[in-house]
Design a protein around this ligand. Structure first.
Ligand code: ADP
Length: 346
């Protein structure tokens, strides 16, 4: 009963809360951005060089799993370039017409941030090509025999595109970007620094080992690290603990069913389907999605990348397969059979 109540207490979360929370913790300068050293170094260099030449930046494509800092980076770039940023997303731009207002309002050097850029419709994408390349758009006014195409000159803006699936981008769109950066999962040390920084901003007292424990269980992802920090803070508050320690972190995360490796319920369900229904694999992602009743895109964008990176899963030409690491994690002999107690571990 007590446990159940705890779970409810620490699970409550509204999207709006999350948005406000993320905004307050978002790094504003390159110097505050933890990790991703190579990306940050080359961005810094390009920003400095273009500023010296008084030119706008080339178009930039940021790729990588969700929650790793693509949106934050786009805002930081605008901040460092001292320009304005307009943010939208692929699915939000339904028609080419939706883009006209946005593009014509951009000033020289302004940043247009398009999240999930791989989800732009082909019509919108084609409309973007001349805007990106020659800073011109063509729009048609009137219909039928009176239709006229008008060319409109835009200011030299910088498009920053973000995608979780760079493989889905057309070659034509990809070719129009001048710089490409891939963000990878963060190591524990970097995530622990992010947790420490966020705790400071939130005025939460936390010790180093507790920062590391949250880092270890955050699936290599700053957004998750921040979310877990908030959940642990709630737990500590209810338990009348003023300081976050490893013990509190462990209790709070265990109540949330986040295991020692940071896997959550969805990760375990995913692995369990491969184990139970496909005897450890190989299994096609479409069939796994159908069994779980989940969108295939969610599995490929959100769940799989970390499981692959952490070595629980491997992708072969025949499908997804569990690895030794997965069997070991769940205490199952790799003979692919499991006892009842082992099954309960999932
Ligand atoms: P994405 O656009 O890749 O999904 P976001 O930029 O929205 O990711 O990042 C999610 C949250 O994680 C941000 O609000 C920020 O608080 C935090 N974050 C991401 N990357 C970093 C970083 N390198 N340093 C500090 N905080 C970060």
């Amino acid at each position: 009963m007590e446990d159940q109540r705890e779970k409810l207490l620490i699970q409550k979360e509204t999207e709006e809360e999350d948005v406000v929370f993320n905004l307050s913790l978002r790094p504003a300068h390159l110097s505050e951005f933890v990790g991703q050293k190579e990306t940050i170094e080359s961005l810094k260099l390009s920003i400095e060089a273009t500023k010296q030449r008084h030119e706008p930046l080339e178009h930039i494509l940021l790729s990588g799993p969700p929650g790793l800092g693509k949106t934050s980076l786009a805002h930081i770039i605008a901040h460092e370039m001292k320009t304005k940023i307009t943010a939208t997303s692929g699915p939000a731009i339904e028609r080419a017409g939706d883009l006209i207002g946005i593009l014509t309002n951009l000033g020289k050097g302004d940043i247009l941030f398009i999240d999930e850029i791989h989800r732009l419709s082909s019509v919108v994408e084609e409309f973007l090509y001349p805007a990106m390349e020659t800073f011109q758009i063509d729009f048609v006014i009137d219909k039928g025999p009176y239709a006229k195409t008008i060319k409109f000159n835009l200011k030299q803006f910088t498009l920053v595109g973000a995608t979780t699936r760079s493989g889905l981008l057309t070659a034509a769109l990809r070719g129009r970007f001048g710089m490409f950066f891939h963000l990878d999962f963060y190591n524990e040390g970097d995530l622990a620094s992010i947790v420490k920084r966020s705790a400071k901003i939130l005025g939460v007292e936390i010790d180093e080992p507790a920062c590391l424990e949250i880092a270890r269980r955050s699936r290599g992802t700053p957004r998750i690290a921040n979310r877990l920090l908030r959940r642990v803070r709630d737990y500590a508050q209810v338990k009348k603990s003023s300081k976050l320690t490893v013990d509190i972190v462990d209790k709070a995360l265990t109540a949330l069913r986040i295991d020692k490796a940071g896997l959550d319920e969805m990760d375990r369900k995913f692995l369990k389907v491969i184990l139970d229904n496909y005897n450890g694999g190989p299994a096609g992602v479409e069939s796994i999605a159908a069994t779980l009743g989940e969108e295939e895109d969610t599995l490929v964008d959100v769940i799989e990348p970390f499981l692959l990176k952490a070595g629980f899963l491997k992708r072969t030409s025949r499908g997804r397969e569990l690895t030794e690491v997965a069997y070991r994690h769940f205490n199952i002999a790799s003979g692919k059979t499991k006892s009842k107690t082992q099954k309960e571990l999932f």
